[in-house]
Design a protein around this ligand. Sequence first.
Ligand SMILES: NC(=O)c1ccc[n+]([C@@H]2O[C@H](COP(=O)([O-])OP(=O)(O)OC[C@H]3O[C@@H](n4cnc5c(N)ncnc54)[C@H](OP(=O)(O)O)[C@@H]3O)[C@@H](O)[C@H]2O)c1
Length: 279
Amino acid sequence: MSNDITLVLGATGNTGRRVAARLRLRGTHLRTASRSSQTAFDWFRPADWDQVLRNVTTVYVVPPTVPGPVHDFVARAEVAGVRHLVLLSGHGADDWGDSEFGLDMRSAEEAVRGSALDWTVLRPANFAQNFDGPPFHGPLAAGELALPAGTVPEPFIDLEDVADVAAAVLTEPGRHAGRIYELTGPHALTWAEAAELISRASGLPIAYRQISPAEYTAALVQEGWSEHEAHVLAEMFVLLERGALASTSDDVATVLGRAPRTFEDYVLRSVAAGAWRRQ
Ligand SMILES: NC(=O)c1ccc[n+]([C@@H]2O[C@H](COP(=O)([O-])OP(=O)(O)OC[C@H]3O[C@@H](n4cnc5c(N)ncnc54)[C@H](OP(=O)(O)O)[C@@H]3O)[C@@H](O)[C@H]2O)c1
């Protein structure tokens, strides 16, 4: 085993915990970090970063919601001797215009892509697993998914594929330097079709209802989301409706040599694991 340490940020989150498990299996010398991890890392406590970066050669970066600190972190990583950064961004980051989503994603990407280090950017579409966690699990289990999603399909990506790609990129130095990977599932489906598949496989009656972005924002606020979070999520649907992000990409196969998992496969695994039980 090499002494080089791979640092996984966001290590308790959706992608970070899956990436860390894969690297452990491969025997990678690993440091997992977040505010609640054994190695404490906080994007807003830069005084601790040098310690976290000690002897690290490769970093999986899950950026904070407001990406300002990523710029300082990259500079510190360069000084610490890091060689390769792998950034989690979002599908079609160039196509989000001046939305908050777009500006934040591009700012984090600029920090990484502008560095002197090798870098790789992962741009996943919406995660399939959003349907069995926030923000969609509650509405599905209650029998109605009401979204301002329209008829533009989304190429949902399985989180297990995002993690497979990240683990490959983190452990194959050189091969992925300077690459941007758009990570999508093998086909796109509308949000109504996704709800329909979950309904059929789970046996739960689930209706899809089309609502306006303003109605969706109000509904999220009523559920306890902040005005700002609700606005950003509703805005995402408005931007998806433009259609620029509906296409699929071959990048999962480019990295892994196999097709990405289907949404149906995700639904079957999740039903077997007990998601979407009648409440
Ligand atoms: N959801 C989607 O469909 C989707 C699709 C494409 C891209 N993305 C992108 O995915 C990213 C989120 O990644 P994820 O889903 O893997 O993570 P996540 O499940 O949202 O978890 C966030 C992680 O970051 C850590 N964290 C939160 N605040 C922190 C702070 N101040 N300092 C240090 N660590 C902090 C959390 O751990 P602690 O609480 O222990 O600190 C946790 O490990 C976002 O940038 C999003 O834009 C999401």
